[in-house]
Ligand binder design. Structure first.
Ligand code: BGC
Length: 763
């Protein structure tokens, strides 16, 4: 018996070795140095297969059963096609950007595969701290590596054209420079682990409504100065492994089919040498995508294979185009860890990353108002109001939703630092939760979450209940929460605007607490801009906590206690009214969920005469006047300006010097902490072209720097450089950047509406 078994084993082994040999003999094995040789050994079929992902097995239960990822890394978004006879492995692509998104559990496996939910992109951007973004990127990349994933699908760097875009939470700013420099830092951090980032969604993808076919109609100047600029800075400062083209069209062409965008600008002008992949099911014409330079079609469909094959055979698509894209896919694969035969540890340092999350989240939270209530003193018992006080939101929905092991809610965070949570207030909430059990059940799976986003109803305690809390507690905290995400744009009513219950909650809690001399703090656990002007005078302090990842409650507690002095600054404007944004005139205001099926099919295009404005096409009539560029030009009052944020200390700017060096404007400015607490300041450099005939923004952010932690009385000299080339505007007539001669004023500011020191240069 034993003997037979041994013979069988030896036989099997020989067979295996024999087979392997046969495989090896079939063609050159891929290395980073023999890509051309491998390409010449590939059949046409293999080439076409490698240009598309391995497909999507089951759409229902999306997020779990996608192509080969099911046997590789369950819950990843896609994989590339393997060609074993040429030693070409399959690499794994998984979502981000707020951390790695894979399934937390696996069939017949007791181990868990949780990832860290880091703060959302908007919060990270509010730190204005490239070093911090790089650190978070390193940590995200380490989990990507440890879980055997090769490319993480992020960062998301579309411009926040309008506050209602459902995916703004994934994005950084209304300003391209801030977006670009922070995005580059994130990419550098991620890729320092030897894994790739995919910077998305290239480009002018600024609404979710009808996102698969919407045509963004944008003039060239706005494209260059606003929508492309962030990507340009990222490419030039971090050379990402990959970029993801977007779903939408720009001026009539799908971005994934636009050779102008993907080859001429991205590669020709900026020198990008990585790979472009489509967004999932993006684009309509597969051969046109390959010709344009969209090298990898994800997740990959049979009909794309057929279309490419037909186009090659008919000569409509050249073999050169095919080989160029195959080359890029192989370069990506050859540069990945899959070539090293490394087996993933599946054991990331979740503890260390949780600590980084807690710290990084507190760096991007923004103190909007403070009459001296914060940091809290002589407060023990806190009455918490608002559903999200007890059910804090860690991040947005859709592809950017990470499967984390836990989320620290605000009540927990406050308890963790020694506060008591007021019993009466908590009981009122618990009763509300018990009465609305169904609404508090989190939907299972991505599809379910898209259909019925988790959004339990808010509650308003009775006046006598609030009065009882005010008698017992030392302070009230009201949390206003908002959830948003992929496939759905937000709406004005009950979302941008506070609901009636929320307005009442703020006014009643303030009324009863103030009546007995107690303070009220509002915490905004939101991911996009809301209206603040009508109610901001009522509470005593407002903390914009954003969505801080899984340690959110702890990070807020660190700020409320003063352990961390807030140093976040707004990366976008908080307008008085939604309509104050120029883009609101041309934005879908109805919201509404997209039909899931149209996500897969790409949706149906309508004949021109049936097309509906803001749904089928959106005219970016405001041109370059996005965000503060618009508010400044039109002298509009805002609720909180771009770049704004308070601190528990104050800073003075001293001794500014501005000099024109060879090809840079060099600025030196000293920042002194003149208050009583240690803190960090963000110096923002805005440049204005004086006496110009050209229609230019009043000022534009051209550089920024965050100080280290400065003790009371301490100062630091910051040296900031702006490349002269960055002072250019895009001349549409001549299709090129122009640097105007003459005088420029260079302002060192604490926000876009708080100029501290000013200098000038003459070009
Ligand atoms: C999203 C991308 C995401 C991809 C893969 C798409 O629906 O737009 O951001 O990376 O799916 O999940």
């Amino acid at each position: 018996m034993k003997k037979t078994f041994l013979v069988t084993c030896i036989g099997a082994l020989l067979l295996l070795v024999g087979c392997r040999k046969a495989v090896e003999e079939q063609g050159p094995q891929l290395t980073a140095d023999n890509i051309d040789e491998v390409i010449s050994a590939m059949t046409l079929d293999e080439k076409i297969l490698i240009l598309k992902g391995t497909g999507m097995k089951a759409m229902l239960g999306m997020g779990t059963a996608i192509g080969d990822t099911d046997k590789d890394v369950p819950g990843a978004a896609g994989t590339t096609y393997p060609v074993p006879r040429l030693g070409i492995p399959s690499i794994v692509l998984a979502d981000g950007p707020a951390g790695l998104r894979i399934n937390p559990t696996r069939k017949r496996d007791d181990k868990t595969y949780y990832c860290t939910a880091f703060p959302v992109g908007t919060l990270l951007a509010s730190s204005w701290d490239t070093g911090l973004l790089e650190d978070v990127g390193k940590a995200i990349g380490s989990e990507v590596f440890d879980y055997g994933v090769d490319v993480v699908l992020g960062p998301g760097v579309n411009i926040m054209r309008n506050p209602l875009c459902g995916r703004n939470y994934e994005y950084y700013s209304e300003d391209p420079l801030l977006t670009g420099l922070l995005g580059a830092a994130m990419v550098n951090g991620i890729e320092s682990n030897g894994v790739g980032a995919s910077v998305k969604h290239y480009v002018a993808n600024n609404q979710e409504t009808n996102r698969n076919i919407n045509n963004s109609i944008v003039n060239d100047r706005a494209m260059r100065e606003i929508y492309l600029k962030g990507f340009e800075i990222i490419v030039k400062n971090s050379q990402p492994w990959t970029i993801m083209s977007s779903y939408n069209k720009v001026n009539g062409n799908y971005t994934s089919e636009s050779r102008g965008l993907l080859t001429d600008i991205l590669r020709g002008e900026w020198g990008f040498d990585g790979l472009v992949m489509s967004d999932w099911f993006g684009g309509k014409n597969a051969p046109a995508m390959i010709h344009a330079g969209n090298d990898l079609l994800q997740p990959g469909l049979k009909k794309q294979y057929k279309a490419i094959k037909k186009a090659v055979e008919s000569g409509e698509l050249s073999m050169d185009d095919v080989n160029t894209s195959v080359h890029r896919v192989l370069e990506l694969v050859a540069g990945s860890h899959k070539m090293e035969d490394h087996s993933s540890s599946n054991n990331p340092d979740l503890k260390a990353n949780a600590e980084l999350t807690r710290q990084s989240a507190s760096e991007g939270m923004i103190l909007l108002k403070n009459d001296g209530t914060l940091p809290l003193q002589n407060v023990m018992n806190i009455a918490l109001f608002g559903v999200t006080s007890y059910d804090f939101i860690s991040g947005g929905t859709g592809a950017g939703d990470v499967n984390e092991a836990y989320t620290v809610s605000l009540d927990e965070g406050l308890r963790n630092v020694g506060f008591q949570i007021n019993d009466i207030a908590e009981e009122i909430f618990e009763k509300h939760r018990a009465e609305n059990k169904k609404a508090f059940r989190k939907p299972k799976g991505t599809l379910a979450a898209m259909r019925h986003p988790y959004d339990p109803p808010e509650y308003l305690p009775l006046p006598e209940q609030i009065e009882a809390c005010a008698a017992e507690a030392d302070l009230a905290v009201i949390t206003i929460g908002r959830n948003s995400g992929e496939t759905v744009d937000r709406i004005e009513k009950d979302d941008f605007l506070l609901s009636e219950i929320e307005q009442e909650l703020i006014s009643k809690v303030c009324e009863y607490f103030h009546a007995v001399g107690k303070k009220v703090v509002v915490v905004l656990n939101i991911a996009g801009v809301i209206e603040t002007d009508s109610w901001k005078d009522t509470p005593d302090a407002i903390l914009l906590a954003w969505q801080g990842g899984q340690e959110g409650g702890n990070s807020v507690a660190d700020i409320l206690t003063g352990k961390v002095n807030p140093s976040g600054r707004l990366p976008m404007t908080f307008p008085i009214k939604l309509a104050d944004h120029a883009s609101t005139a041309n934005f879908p205001l109805e919201g509404g969920s997209m039909r899931i099926l149209s996500m897969i099919s790409g949706g149906k295009e309508k004949p021109e005469e049936e097309q509906v404005r803001n749904i089928d096409y959106t005219v970016y009539e405001e041109g370059i006047y996005v965000g503060y560029r618009h508010f400044d030009k039109n002298n509009l009052e805002v609720s909180y300006p771009f770049g704004y944020g308070l601190s528990y200390t104050c800073f003075e700017y001293e001794d500014m010097r501005v000099e024109l060096a060879n090809d840079t404007v060099d600025i030196v400015v000293r920042v002194r902490n003149t208050g009583n607490n240690e803190g960090k300041e963000v110096v923002q450099i805005y440049v204005s072209k004086l006496e110009t005939e050209i229609d230019r923004p009043v000022q534009e952010l051209k550089a920024f720097a965050k100080t280290r932690l400065l003790g009371p009385g301490e100062s630091v000299e910051l040296i900031i450089k702006i490349p002269v080339s960055e002072l250019a505007y895009w001349d549409e007539e001549n299709d090129r950047w122009i640097i105007e001669k003459g005088n420029y004023s260079i302002n060192a500011s604490a926000s876009s509406r708080d100029i501290r020191l000013t200098g000038d240069i003459e070009l």
